[in-house]
Design a protein around this ligand. Structure first.
Ligand code: GAP
Length: 462
């Protein structure tokens, strides 16, 4: 669509645009169009060698922050296909739909709720001026059949959110672990939505990954836990993913956005070059989900609070983040075109650098010999072998050293180690920092600890 194309070229003050991110992602092996050799499949993407590292790193940090760093949060990995009654209970069968309108002339499809009020009133296509159809409710769940007979009794859905896998396992977790309220259950996994308008690269896709945590609390304490999780989640984006503060904000849901059962909801929004968009939802969901499952399965789903022997259905604070969307946020936020002097023709020398936090960078340390002869390559390979136990490393001996540094900058490698002629004598190497481009000499014996320290104390400058 023409409008979308235009939005993709809008750049922020650091030179990032969606078009440039898509191009870099493809060029450097972060994200490829899916099934590309067959011409691709609309709005589906594959994560390449660097993209899968980046995505795994984000997932691991989230898991560490949620599960490992909290005594009272445990993990779960539920199946994608669940009993179909789950989705009746959750309300997805009846309500998880978008209003769809089509242009009778150019056949473009829109979500009516995303059109401006004037367009809705005039029923004219914003693309070509043609007439729009009446809205139809379109359920976003993908369905398939379990087993060989394809009748209505065999229908199952691909989960549209991971959250319900947590709710239906609430009793299992309480009965088989020693968790006590307040406690949380976290999981990461695929979710599927037959989105009407997929757009903006990996921002909105039909197959995506979520990182969700349901925190179960005593009714009456939900507001304090809601505030707690709001703070925690914002701190995570700032400190653990290293996202710029200027690009993050909260958006509180108004009465028209709030689900009928929800008490409160805030989105963590990210500022893309084309505007603010949701990255994560923090939801105060009351006891709605557990009550619904209790009703639909005909069994009591509640909790015996041993602190005062009371029995109740817990309230839930949910934190629901997009993992694949986080990959986009990290790339977008890190991208910077910097002028760093002049080239040999006197033209501005611009380097493209990803200021990725070392926590998420697909390669942590690039290792290179100054030249590959005179035994330097062997020495550098030895250093690489040592470091790869602790860090994700990449060995590169091809081309001028400056060009090799630039290649590492462009994929966001925070540290480069160069082995040169002096290394043989002084048993030291050059450690180069991506952000400042500063270089220091570090004894080989101290290298690993030095890099660890640098990661721990990393502060982004942009
Ligand atoms: N359990 C609550 C829930 O699923 P949501 O706001 O619909 O809430 C949570 O989704 C997060 O999942 C979003 O903030 C977004 O990051 C991600 N997400 C949702 N739909 C997506 C899509 N079609 N493509 C990529 N990410 C999506």
């Amino acid at each position: 669509m023409a409008k979308e194309k235009k939005a993709n070229t809008v750049t922020n003050q650091y030179g990032a645009s969606m078009e440039k991110i898509v191009s870099l992602a493809k060029r450097r092996g972060f994200v490829y169009p899916s099934s590309e050799i067959y011409g691709g499949l609309s709005a589906t993407w594959d994560y390449g060698p660097l993209g899968s590292e980046l995505k795994n790193n984000i997932q691991n940090i989230w898991w560490k922050e949620m599960v490992r760093m909290h005594d009272n949060i445990v993990g779960l990995d539920a199946a994608i296909m669940m009993h179909p009654r789950t989705w009746e209970a959750s309300g997805h069968v009846a309500n998880f739909s978008d209003p769809l309108v089509d242009c009778k002339a150019c056949k473009t499809r829109f979500r009516e709720d995303k059109l401006d009020p004037e367009t809705i009133k005039s029923k004219t296509c914003p693309e070509c001026g043609g007439e729009l159809t009446e809205p139809r409710q379109f359920n976003l769940m993908f369905s398939t059949h379990l087993g060989p007979v394809q009748d209505s009794g065999s229908i199952v859905y691909l989960r549209p959110e991971t959250a319900q896998g947590i709710f239906v396992n609430f009793k299992n977790v309480v009965d088989t672990t020693r968790v006590q309220i307040p406690f949380g259950i976290a999981q990461v996994g695929k979710a599927f939505r037959n989105e009407i308008t997929t757009k903006n690269f990996i921002f909105r896709t039909c197959e995506f990954e979520q990182m969700e945590m349901q925190f179960f609390v005593k009714p009456g304490t939900e507001d304090e836990w809601f505030d707690y999780w709001k703070k925690e989640r914002m701190a995570y984006y700032l400190n653990k993913l290293g996202i710029l503060e200027e690009n993050l904000r909260f958006h509180q849901h108004g009465p028209n956005e709030l689900a009928f059962y929800a008490k409160d909801a805030f989105d963590v929004e990210y500022q893309y070059p084309f505007g603010w968009e949701e990255q994560e939802g923090i939801h105060s969901r009351t006891d709605y989900d557990l009550s619904q499952h209790s009703k639909f399965c005909g069994k009591e789903v509640n909790y015996l609070d041993q602190s005062d022997n009371s029995r109740y259905i817990p309230y839930v604070i949910e934190t629901s983040a997009g993992l694949t969307r986080s990959v986009l946020v990290c790339l977008m936020d890190a991208y910077h075109e910097e002028t760093i002097g002049e080239d040999k023709d006197g033209k501005p020398d611009v380097r493209t650098v990803l200021h990725l936090h070392p926590n998420v960078a697909p390669v942590t340390v690039g290792i290179m010999p100054l030249v590959k002869k005179d035994g330097l390559a062997e020495l550098a390979l030895d250093v690489e072998k040592e470091l790869r136990e602790s860090f994700n490393t990449f060995y590169d001996q091809g081309g001028a050293i400056g060009r090799r540094y630039r290649r590492m900058d462009e994929i966001g490698t925070p540290f480069c180690v160069t082995v040169d002629y002096d290394t043989k004598e002084d048993k030291s190497v050059t450690l180069r920092f991506r952000d400042s481009m500063e270089q220091v000499r570090v004894p080989l014996a101290e290298l690993e600890n030095r890099i660890r320290r640098e990661i721990k104390n990393y502060k982004r400058v942009k």
